[in-house]
Write a protein that binds this ligand. Sequence first.
Ligand code: C2E
Ligand code: CA
Ligand code: CA
Length: 679
Amino acid sequence: MHAEAGDIKHPAVRRIARPTAWKLALLAGFITQLMLIVFVTAIGLRQLGMTTRNLNQVVDVHMRKQNHTKSMVTAARERTVILLMLPLTRDPAERDALQQQFNAWGRSFGAARQALLNLPLNDKETALIARQGQLTGEAQPIQLQVIDLIDADFIADANDLVRNQAIPMQAEVMAALSQLEAETQAVSMAASQKAREDHAAARFWMYLLSTAALLVGLFVAAVVFHFSTRIGREREQLATHDTLTGLPNRMLFKDRLEQSLIRAKRHQTLIGVMFIDLDRFKRVNDTLGHASGDQLICEVARRLRQAVRSDDIVARLGGDEFVVVVNDVVALNPILQVVEKALAVVSEPYRIAGREIFSSCSIGVSVYPHDGTNASSLLKNADTAMYTAKDRGRNHFQLYDAAMNTMAEERLQLETELHYALERNEFVFHYQPQLNLETGRIEGVEALLRWNKPDKGLLSPALFLNMLEETGGIVGVGRALLLAACRQTADWHAAGFTDLDVAVNLSGKEFWHHSLIENVRDALAQSGLRPQSLQLELTEGIFMEDVDAAVVRIQALKALGVAVAIDDFGTGYSSLAHLKRFPLDVLKIDRYFVKDLPNAPASEALIGSILTLCQGLDLGAVAEGVETREQLEALRALGCRIVQGYFISRPVPADQILALLGRDWLAAFGASQRHLELI
Ligand code: C2E
Ligand code: CA
Ligand code: CA
C-alpha cells in the first residue's frame, strides 16, 4: 500500500502443485481395486464352471451308470426267474413266450452292459464288469443246455440242471452285479461330494476376494474422502489466510469485521480498528534479505496475536501491514491500551539471522461508530490515520479524525508547492553547534534543512523530507544547499573561525545518486572551502543497502578530502564487523541513548561501548540530543568529548552562529561540576 511494503514471495504456488503425488496414489488404488474385482470375477466364474461341470457329471454320467447297472441287474434277475419258470411250464406256447422273454432280457442286459462300458469307468468298475462277463460266459452254456433239455422234453433233467447249476451260477453273476451297483453308487457319491467341496471352495474364494475388494474399495474411498476434505480445507485456508503468518487475510478480515459490526450494532459497543505498518521494513528486507524480512513479519504477527484477546481480530493485509480489531468495548481507553501494547511489543528487540534488530510500527486507529459504520470506511480511515502517525515520526499512533481527510488533501497541495520551493528559494539551513567539552569551543555546526514556506512559516524536515525523498526532489535541493553550506562556512572561516567544520546530512537518494562526487567537488571548488572542513552525515541504513558499493563510494568521498560521519548510530543494524570496512571519521550517538541519561544503565553501557569502539577504530564521537545539564555531565563522565543538542543550542539561522562561536562555553559548563549557569 505504501512504498515501504516489501513484496514477500508466497509459497502458495508450491502448495497447489503438491496434490499430484496423492492423485497418482489414488489412481493406483483405483486400478488395484479394479484389477481385484476383475480377478475375483474370473476366479469366481472359473470355480462356478468347475462346480457346474462336476454337477453335470454327477447328474449325467453317474446317473447313467447307475441306470445301466440297474438295467443289468433287472435283466439278470428276470432271466433267473424265467430259468426257474421254464421247467415248470407245460404249455409249449407259453414256454415259447418265456424263451422269447429270456432272450429279450438277454439282449437288454447286453445293451445295458455295452452302454456301461462306453462310459468312463474306474478300475474297480472295469474289473467288476470283467468278472461279471466271465461269470456270464460260464453261465450261458448251462442255460443253453437247460433250454435244449426242455426242448427235448427232459423236464426233470432240465429242472435238476436249473436248480443245481444254472441258478447258483446266476447267483454268482447277480453278486458281481450288485458289487458293481454298489461301486457305481459309491463313485457317484464321491463325485457329488467333490462337487459340493468345489462349490464350497468357490464360495470361499468369492467371499475372500470380494471382502478384500470391498476393503480396498473402502480404503480408497476413505483416502479420497480424507484428501478431498484436506484439499478443501487447504484451499479455504489459502483463500482466507495469509500463507506466511497464518493470520486471516484481507478477505477474511473484512468478513470478520462485518460480523463484529453486526454484534456491536446490537450491543451498542465500540470497535477499534488499528491499521499497523512496520517502520522501515524495506530496510530489513534490503539489508538482511527476504528470508529475514519474512521472519520479522512472522514474529510481529505472533507478538500482535499474543497482545490481544482471543476474540479480537489480528489480520495481515499484505507486505508489512497488519490490522487489529478490538471488539466489544464501551470506551476508548481499552482500545488505546491495546494500541500502546502493540507499539510496545513490536518495538521489543528481535533476534533474526543471528542478529539483534529493532523495529517499530506506526498505528492508525479508527473507532466504530465515530469514524465509520462499515468495514471499508473504518479500514480506510485507520489507514489515513496511520499515514499521519508515520509523518509524526515513527513508533507513534494516531486516532483518525475527520480533519485528516482535509490533511490528506493538504498533503497533495504541499507536494505541489514543494516542487517549486527550490526555485522560489524557500529552503534554508539552520545550524546547530557541536561543542567540544574539553576546549569549551564550538568546533562544528550541523546544517539542518528548513522550508521557509510563505504561508506557514518555517517547516521542519519531518514535514516534507519524506515527500522530497519520494519525489526525488531531494537531489537538486541537496546540491543547492550543499553549496550554500560550504559558502556559509567559508564566510565563517573568513570571519576568523578558521577551524569550524560543517556537517551536512545526505539522504539515501543523494548518496547513491551518480552526481554525488561531482556535486561535492563542485561545492568545494565554488565555495573555496577546505575539504577537511566538510563532513557528510549518512545513516547506517543507507550504506547497508549495498555494503560493497557503499565502501567504494565512501572511499571516493574520502579521496576528495571530506570527512564522513555515521548518523543516528545504534538504532540501525549495521554490524560492527561492517563498520571496520568503512573509512569513517565520526560516529554520532543517537538521541535515543542520550535521552534517558543519567540513571539508565543500559544506555550508559551502550554509549560506553560505542566510545570504546570509536577509540579502537580511531573515530570521533558526537553525542546528539543533549537536552539537560545532567545528560551533559553523564556524557562527560563517560568520556564523550563532543556534544550537540538543545541544551547547548537549538539549530539557529546562520546569522546567529557567530554569537555562539564567540561564547566562552568552558565558563558555562566547565570541566569540573561547577554550578555555572548557562546564559
Ligand atoms: P538528524 O540528522 O539526526 O538531525 C538531528 C535532529 O535532531 C534535528 O532535527 C535537530 O533539530 C534535532 N535535535 C537536535 N538537538 C536536539 C535535542 O536536544 N533534542 C531533540 N529532541 N532534538 C534535537 P531536524 O532539524 O528536524 O532534522 C530531522 C532530520 O532530518 C535530521 O535528523 C536529518 O536526518 C534530516 N535532515 C535535516 N536536514 C537535512 C538535509 O539537509 N538533508 C537531508 N538529506 N536530511 C536532512
Ligand atoms: Ca545528522
Ligand atoms: Ca542524528
